[in-house]
Design a protein around this ligand. Structure first.
Ligand SMILES: [Fe+2]
Ligand SMILES: [Fe+2]
Length: 249
């Protein structure tokens, strides 16, 4: 027991099994529910059982959004301190397996390591390869009617992201606006028009919209699917056509 142990909640919502080698937890979070700040003293494996759209809030203040379809797994090192919340619209369930045969990392050691990283302003980058079967992902409806997203990648430090977006015919961004970073699009299917300039994206077209450039409104002339990337935050502030703050990032 170290002086920081009482600061943290357990790494799962219920303990299912434990022996001298491993500990198996269930994490079950209803939409909007938080697990609480917890410390991983052992390396661990997480296997998703029910589809999760989660937000990991690290103790250094950085945030990472994840999409975890059933069967998705990840292996993580000991020493992480973070909170987990379900930001999706469905219940999330996983199995979290702690590898107890690895040497434990105390909460005190994890906190001093974190403080050293913060002091030099050089937190370790995530060096894990990422592979997502986007075909198998569910489209997430955004708070603008007719617009759906599959978030493929995001970087919490820069705000950069890459998504597949789908506009149903007749939907679009209703007002002129600008972005807080450079925007890139590649049209996979459909016809998508920027009405202020008359530019129409067709399958195979690449579009770049520089940071700060006023553009739009835009409309899908047919059901359209686009690969969309931003090299930083999407908007200076949440635009009025999104009622959900999450949709502006
Ligand atoms: Fe965790
Ligand atoms: Fe835009």
């Amino acid at each position: 027991m170290t002086k920081h142990d009482e600061t943290f909640v357990p790494v799962g919502t219920s303990l299912l099994f434990e022996n001298e080698m491993i500990r198996i937890w269930e994490v079950k979070l209803e939409p909007g529910e938080r697990l609480g700040l917890h410390h991983h003293e052992y390396p661990y494996v997480v296997v998703s059982i029910e589809h999760g759209e989660n937000r990991i809030r690290n103790q250094d203040g950085s945030v990472k959004d994840t999409v975890e379809p059933p069967g998705h797994w990840v292996v993580r090192p000991a020493g992480e301190i973070h909170d987990l919340s379900n930001v999706g619209s469905t219940r999330y369930i996983n199995r979290l397996i702690e590898l107890k045969y690895a040497p434990p990392v105390s909460a005190d050691a994890s906190i001093s390591h974190l403080q050293r990283e913060l002091n030099v302003g050089n937190a370790a980058p995530d060096l894990h390869e990422l592979l997502i079967d986007a075909e198998g992902m569910e489209w997430r409806a955004k708070s603008l009617p007719g617009l759906y997203e599959k978030r493929l990648w995001s970087d919490e430090r820069s705000g950069a992201s890459i998504s597949l977006v789908k506009f149903e015919r007749g939907s679009g961004i209703p007002q002129p606006h600008k972005h807080a970073s450079n925007q890139f699009m590649y049209c996979l299917s459909g016809r998508y028009e920027y009405q202020h300039s008359g530019l129409v994206l067709l399958p195979g077209h690449f579009y770049c919209n520089p940071k700060g450039a006023v553009h739009g409104p835009s409309v899908a002339l047919e059901d359209s699917v686009l690969l969309e990337a931003y090299d930083g935050p999407h908007y200076p502030e949440r635009p009025s056509w999104y009622t959900d703050e999450k949709d502006a990032h």
